[in-house]
Design a protein around this ligand. Sequence first.
Ligand code: FAD
Length: 435
Amino acid sequence: MSAIRSGTWTNWAGNQRSTPLRVNEPAGESDLADIVARALQAGQTVKAVGAGHSFTSTATTTGHLITMGRLNKMLDVNRQAGTVTVQAGMYISDLNEQLAELGLAMPNLGDIAYQTISGAISTSTHGTGRNLPGLAAQVNGMRLVTGDGNILEINEKENSDLLKFAAVGVGALGLISQVTLKVVPAFRLKAVEGAQKLDALIENLDQLVESNDHFEFFWIPHTKWALTKTNNRTTEPLQTLSKIKHWYSKTLLENYAFGAVCTLGRLRPQMIPRLATALPSTGQTTTVNDSYRIFSSKRVVKFVEMEYAIPREFCGEALQRVRQVIETKKYNISFPVEVRFTAKDDLALSTATARPTAYIAVHMFKGMDHTAYFNDVANIMSDYQGRPHWGKMHSLTHRELSQLYPQWNDFLTVRNKLDPQRTFANSYTKQVFGD
Ligand SMILES: Cc1cc2nc3c(=O)[nH]c(=O)nc-3n(C[C@H](O)[C@H](O)[C@H](O)COP(=O)(O)OP(=O)(O)OC[C@H]3O[C@@H](n4cnc5c(N)ncnc54)[C@H](O)[C@@H]3O)c2cc1C
């Protein structure tokens, strides 16, 4: 969660901060519209913040900061259409619980549920799954307060041509007040977690991705090993770890023991390669549970992250190059490299637009210098037309980004219409859209 202390806003990772002119806590859409209209008149800017889980400066502002905490309700359920409408600030964790009570679910999710729905879609947040695109592809409609303070309804009937731009808007097109999402009947997943040698895994990658509903893996730098996660739909009965085993595996090993390894590694970076071989692996575990309980997990250890989306066919090659750079440059990396897959979509600024995608994410424990490692990995990814996650660290500007998205100029045209005065500008929109 982000925090506001003594007038300064800080994101979850603690690597972004800003001092807004004013913090606003709107209670409804008309408040959002009023704030925008007043800011426009005064020549000030406005920025909404979700849960502050982005690592980039995308939610920073020196203008009006809008917190979405009071816009956290489910507004409508349309079972016939298979949609729900929620206020934009609803946390994904709350959405999951409320959908479950209705016998419904999101078809796919990322690996945490702390984000707001508006924050998650705005940065093209994704999970993993060969046939499933990211969260923004579930958006069926939304209401947006545009740069002139007016409310724009976007759905299949009204302004439908704008949906593919507004679904991943990077906070630059307006303030989202509510979102309509396509949902599916609740389902269970069978999750199998294990370990495999990385070389064999890469050789078998297509088969692993194709034969599972959701496949991902974490390669542990300085070792030959990758931890794998396969999640598949099932009608089998619930099979959960006992409370104590769950705490041991998910809280103690994946968070606190891992945090201790990282802390030791920060103090003595030269020990990291040896510590890596001791990283937690509890052998193979199998669980069956409601989809949203399997998808999302707890994150206690703080880090910074960079993630690139590349065409799926280059995944193995790109990952071997990341491995090589870690070895040749002798980087000491205590965090696993995470690899996921999604289907392509047609949203203008989705990181998976127009191509089946592999995501390669690198992390660095909070307080350790990530610069050289992240730069080297970014250089590798640029050889594969890599698109950085909008919410994760990168230094690309509009010059490079404009070459990576086929609908880039169309997005800019829409932005010029919806926010001609740049009421929603901040340092990040200047970096990525080049105002
Ligand atoms: C521990 C951790 C795990 C993560 N796991 C994943 C993962 O599995 N998959 C993945 O893809 N990403 C992941 N992320 C990244 C995260 O999903 C994105 O950064 C996401 O945008 C965060 O959502 P948020 O609610 O915190 O939004 P913020 O970071 O607060 O905001 C993101 C953007 O949305 C805009 N925004 C927010 N609300 C509105 C609104 N109402 N109207 C208009 N614009 C708005 C903000 O202005 C900003 O531009 C992870 C991040 C962390 C810290």
